[in-house]
Structures are given as structure tokens and as C-alpha cells.
Design a protein around this ligand. Structure first.
Ligand code: DGT
Ligand code: CA
Ligand code: CA
Ligand code: ZN
Length: 576
């Protein structure tokens, strides 16, 4: 058993202990032990036998004994007991985003729910909120997560699949038999929904790698296992496809498995025109040595094409002419222009948000809590907004590297008016407007509401313009091309909301908007400090929309941003 496998068992033990309602400190201790085992640097069994695990920080007597059990019997009796005690359907609940071990315990122990179907039913009947500590918010999260699975059967949010793919890649990368491992497929192209995880491994000892892989505890099923391919199904239901190749053909295999299929077809045509054949083993007949993807593209007369563009949407033609855009990168962002604090429905204080922004190296953060009509979110009225501004000004007086802008996310009301008086909006550093109601309205009415906001002199940004929730709610019946045209005309920024189930605007709309001269803002709409890293998905969407750094407002420095906002709306894009 490898250190990794041992670590996984301790992580599983931690989850199960929490679900069973055992002493919570135990779970913390098991997770700590798992981290230690992972980073040990020598086989854990040897370290244990030589007594080198004794008295390590985090390894108490009880954990030391459990590691001994693992060494001697290959398992931990406490874990085996919990595996028998907890119904498998309860552990399935942990695969829903937003559901942790403590929730699962409550569902099981308090409400008697033993699988996802029962959980869904209880959430629909509003029974989850009857348990102390569980609220309507969790009910919604559960329903949304379950609906997501159903609405896009077999397809998963990038925001869930990418972290999983990275975990698997990391585990494989630390195997001595693995020379190189990379993520391929739609995840590498950063598609918003993906069908599976594709991994490519270069190895001289593929059996060793596949043996290791199928024994990883994160899978519920092995569907294929051969010398070049292993297919498994992750606990959460997502299939994982592992290809094993000779190190010499790694680049060709990686290119092939990254896709898209349509992009590959075009590349093959080019190879054929040159009298070669492109396949997952390389460029047959060309005589080139092609250690990297870049070399393959060069042999075909093209510069490297970023994976996000490989959809046969004109990238080959642009590459030929040397006109590929230099795509915006995460490191280009200097701030986030739409975050929520505990003043409305966020969980973090302004100070905590500012610290989290500093950790990302940001220069600014626009606090945009909800306006009053959004009562479920404890929206702010003019008076509370002014109180919040005083707190923001006091914080800014501290000379911290992150400057806070006093913004607001103002609701666009049913008739197109905004939820705050013009004079209040005029006081704000930044106004983000959004539609939160009227999902079933007629297209004309919706467009009229959005248009009123775009034409409003104080509305700087339209947030999550189409209102879609991936796998859960379709976009509003909104005429997006018309909206885009009006946004360009009025100088209104359109948001690329980076929340993994929004990604709104989507890639194609981003492309249309920026090529028409519009500017976007990549915002996380964070409701807690952890959400700020969602920017990765927003940047990915912008990149898939062929977006350059200068087409994203929040890549600008603070002085440039303030100068931009100081200009009259109508002049913003032209002088941008
Ligand atoms: P997905 O999994 O549905 O989100 O989308 P992909 O693009 O990851 O598709 P997948 O997993 O079936 O295959 C991974 C890549 O392998 C795909 O993007 C391109 C390549 N590939 C698979 N099948 C074919 C094929 O029949 N022809 C060509 N040219 N390439 C293929
Ligand atoms: Ca795939
Ligand atoms: Ca696949
Ligand atoms: Zn928001």
C-alpha cells in the first residue's frame, strides 16, 4: 500500500466519523494524519516499523495504533465498522456540492433519509429546514445540486470536474512509474459542462500505473482496464478515462485527446495536405521529433493554439494569419468588481474579504451587496448603504494595499425601474444592476427592463445578464444580441459571472460582445472569501470568448479603473 492509499483511508475515515456523529476532533486528527502520511517522503510502513512515526506532531497513540493496523492487516477496523454502519446512499450525499458530512449526518440520523431520492423528496417538502442548523438555503442547494444531475445527465460542471481532475493528476504525478500526466479533453478546453475526466499518462510501466489507479478509493466502479486504457467511475458519478502511452508519443496523444474532435479533424487535413498522417502517435511520415504540442503545431505551419480555442470556431484561420488573440490570464486580474459581505447575504466581513483579496494580490475590491427589495438576501436600503460606506471609508483610511469600492448590486424591478433612488446610486463608487425576478416574463418585457438599466446613467455593470443556472435553470427569454448591441451603445459593462453554475455571459456571447467593442468584467459574485478563486472559471469563459486582457475592465490598475468610472458612460468604450 502506498502512502497515498493510506492517506485516502484516513480521509475516508474522517468523513465517516463525522457522518456517524463521533467526536469531531477525531475527524480533524485523521485529516491531519492523512496529510502527514501523504508528505512523508518514505514508505509509511517502513517509517512505522522503525518507530519513526511515534511522537510526530499529529500522530497520537490512537492514530499510531491505526497506522500499525494498516501496516499489518491492510485496513483499519474502525473504518470497516463505519463502512458497515453507514448506508452507501448517505455517503453519496457527500458528492453533492454544498453538502458536508455534518449535513449528511443530520439527513440520516435526524430525518431518517438513506439515499438521494429520499433526500430530494424531503427537500421538496421543505422538511430539511425543520432540523436545527439546516435552513431553506441548504434545501435550495440540495435541490439545485440534484436537479443539475438530472438536467444535464452525465454532464458535470467544470467547477466540480476540474478540481477532481487536478486531484487525480496530482496523485498520479507522484507515482514513480509515471513520467508525465496531464489533463486532456473538454476539461482542458475549459468547457462549461463536461462528460468525463480525460487524463493522459506517459509511462514505461503502464501496468503498474493502472494497478495503482484502479485501487484508488475515490472510484465506485472500474469499467475497463487494459494496457493502454483504464476507465472508471468516480463516486460522484463522473466517468474518468485514463490513457497510457509511451513517453515518446506523449505530445501527439495529448493533442489528440484534448480535442475538440472538430479541431482535430482540421489538423489532420493539414497534415494530409503535407503528405503526412496525424494521429495519436505523432506525424507519421514527417520525420520530425515532436516532444511538445507546440512542435506539432509548428510542423503544421501554425503557432501553438490555446486549448480554450480548440473548437474549430475560426482559430485555425486566425492562427494561420498570426491573428490569434493574446488571451486574458488569471494573473491579469487586479480586482473583483462584484462581491457580497455579511452586510447582505454574504458570510464574510469587509475586513475578511479585503484580506482574501490581498492574498490574490488584488489592488481593489468592489463591495456590491444587494439592494432592499431582495428581502431574502437582507438587501440594504439607502441608510444602511451609507453606514456601510462609512465602514468602507474607515477601512480605506488604514492604508491597506487593497482599496475597497463602495458599490451596490441594485435590483432591476418588474417595471424596469431600479430598486434605489437615483441620488443614492449617484453616491456609489460602482453600480451593478441585475434581474432577479420575472423569469417567466415575455421577451419584450425582459428586454425593456434590461434596456432601462443599460440606459441608466449610473449603472456601470449588468450582472449575470442571462440569469441561467447551468443544469438547473435556462436563460431568460432575453434577446442577447440586442442586449449586447445596447450595452456597446450605452457604454455598459457586461459581467462574466464566474460562479461555476452561472458562467454568464457565456463564451459565445463574450466573443460577440468584445468583438463589437464592448468591455466585460470578470466577477466572482463571491458570497464568502473562498469564492474569490472562482475567478478561474470566469477567466476560462472569457478566454473561450477570445477575450484579451484589455477587454476586461478589472485588469486595469486602480487609478485607471477610477478614471474609467469617472468618465460619462457614453464615452467609456470609445476612449478605452
Ligand atoms: P466530453 O467528454 O463530452 O465533455 O468532451 P470531450 O471533447 O472531452 O470528448 P471525449 O472525452 O469523448 O474525447 C476526448 C478527446 O478525444 C476529444 O476531444 C477528441 C478526441 N476524440 C475522441 N473521439 C474522437 C474521434 O472520433 N475523432 C477525433 N478526431 N477525435 C476524437
Ligand atoms: Ca472528455
Ligand atoms: Ca473521454
Ligand atoms: Zn451578486
Amino acid at each position: 500500500m502506498t502512502n497515498y492509499e493510506a492517506a485516502w483511508l484516513f480521509l475516508e475515515l474522517a468523513d465517516r466519523v463525522e457522518v456517524a456523529g463521533d467526536n469531531p476532533f477525531k475527524a480533524v486528527a485523521y485529516r491531519k494524519a492523512a496529510r502527514l502520511l501523504e508528505g512523508l517522503g518514505e514508505p509509511f510502513a517502513e517509517a512505522w516499523a522503525a518507530g519513526r512515526l511515534r511522537d510526530r506532531p499529529g500522530i497520537g497513540e490512537a492514530i499510531h495504533a491505526k497506522i500499525g493496523e494498516l501496516v499489518q492487516t491492510g485496513t483499519i477496523s474502525a473504518l470497516e465498522r463505519l463502512r458497515r454502519e453507514i448506508p452507501p446512499g448517505v455517503m453519496d450525499m457527500l458528492t453533492l456540492p454544498g453538502v458536508g458530512p455534518r449535513h449528511a449526518r443530520n439527513f440520516w440520523k435526524v430525518l431518517g433519509l438513506e439515499d438521494l431520492t429520499a433526500l430530494q423528496e424531503a427537500a421538496e417538502q421543505g422538511r430539511l429546514r425543520t432540523v436545527k442548523g439546516l435552513g431553506p438555503k441548504l434545501e435550495l442547494a440540495v435541490l439545485r445540486a440534484i436537479a443539475q444531475r438530472d438536467a444535464a445527465p452525465g454532464r458535470q460542471l467544470l467547477g466540480l470536474a476540474l478540481p477532481l481532475a487536478r486531484d487525480l493528476r496530482e496523485s498520479l504525478a507522484r507515482q514513480p512509474a509515471v513520467e508525465r500526466v496531464e489533463i486532456a479533453g473538454s476539461i482542458r478546453r475549459r468547457a462549461e459542462l463536461v462528460g468525463d475526466v480525460d487524463l493522459v499518462v506517459a509511462s514505461e510501466a503502464p501496468e503498474e500505473v493502472s494497478d495503482f489507479f484502479v485501487r484508488m478509493p475515490s472510484f465506485r466502479e472500474v469499467t475497463a482496464q487494459g494496457p493502454t486504457r483504464v476507465a472508471v467511475v468516480h463516486q460522484g458519478g463522473l466517468p474518468v478515462d485514463l490513457r497510457l502511452v509511451e513517453p515518446a508519443v506523449f505530445a501527439a496523444a495529448w493533442l489528440h485527446l484534448t480535442g475538440s474532435k472538430e479541431h482535430n479533424v482540421r489538423l489532420r487535413q493539414r497534415a494530409k495536405e503535407r503528405g503526412w498522417q496525424l494521429n495519436d502517435y505523432g506525424l507519421t511520415g514527417s520525420g520530425f521529433s515532436l516532444p511538445e504540442e507546440e512542435d506539432l503545431y509548428r510542423a503544421l505551419g501554425l503557432p501553438f493554439i490555446p486549448p480554450e480555442l480548440r473548437e474549430d470556431r475560426g482559430e485555425i484561420e486566425a492562427a494561420e494569419k498570426g491573428e490569434l488573440p493574446a488571451l486574458v490570464e488569471e494573473s491579469d486580474l487586479r480586482g473583483d468588481l462584484h462581491v457580497h459581505s455579511e452586510w447582505s447575504d454574504g458570510t464574510a466581513s469587509l475586513r475578511e474579504l479585503r484580506e482574501a483579496a490581498a492574498r490574490l494580490g488584488y489592488e481593489y475590491l468592489a463591495v456590491c451587496d444587494h439592494s432592499r427589495s431582495l428581502a431574502v438576501a437582507r438587501g440594504l436600503d439607502a441608510e444602511r448603504l451609507r453606514a456601510q460606506r462609512r465602514e468602507i471609508e474607515a477601512l480605506n483610511a488604514e492604508g491597506h494595499p487593497v482599496y475597497l469600492l463602495a458599490g451596490v448590486e441594485v435590483d432591476i424591478l418588474g417595471d424596469g425601474r431600479l430598486d434605489l433612488e437615483d441620488e443614492v446610486l449617484a453616491e456609489m463608487d460602482l453600480v451593478v444592476a441585475s434581474l432577479h425576478s420575472g423569469f417567466r416574463q415575455e421577451p419584450e418585457r425582459l428586454l425593456a427592463r434590461a434596456a432601462a438599466a443599460l440606459r441608466h446613467p449610473h449603472v456601470d455593470i449588468l450582472a449575470h445578464p442571462t440569469g441561467r443556472l447551468l443544469g438547473h435553470r435556462p436563460p431568460y427569454a432575453l434577446d442577447v444580441p440586442a442586449l449586447i448591441e445596447l450595452a456597446v451603445e450605452t457604454g455598459t459593462i457586461l459581467e462574466v459571472n464566474a460562479t461555476p453554475d452561472r458562467l454568464d455571459l457565456c463564451d459565445l456571447h463574450v466573443r460577440r460582445f468584445v468583438s463589437a467593442g464592448g468591455l466585460v468584467a470578470v466577477n466572482t459574485d463571491a458570497h464568502s472569501t473562498e469564492h474569490l478563486v472562482f475567478r478561474e472559471y470566469g477567466v476560462a469563459t472569457a478566454r473561450r470568448g477570445w477575450c484579451r486582457a484589455r477587454q476586461v475592465l478589472n485588469t486595469r490598475s486602480l487609478p485607471d479603473l477610477l478614471a474609467f468610472l469617472a468618465r460619462e458612460k457614453g464615452r467609456r468604450f470609445s476612449s478605452a
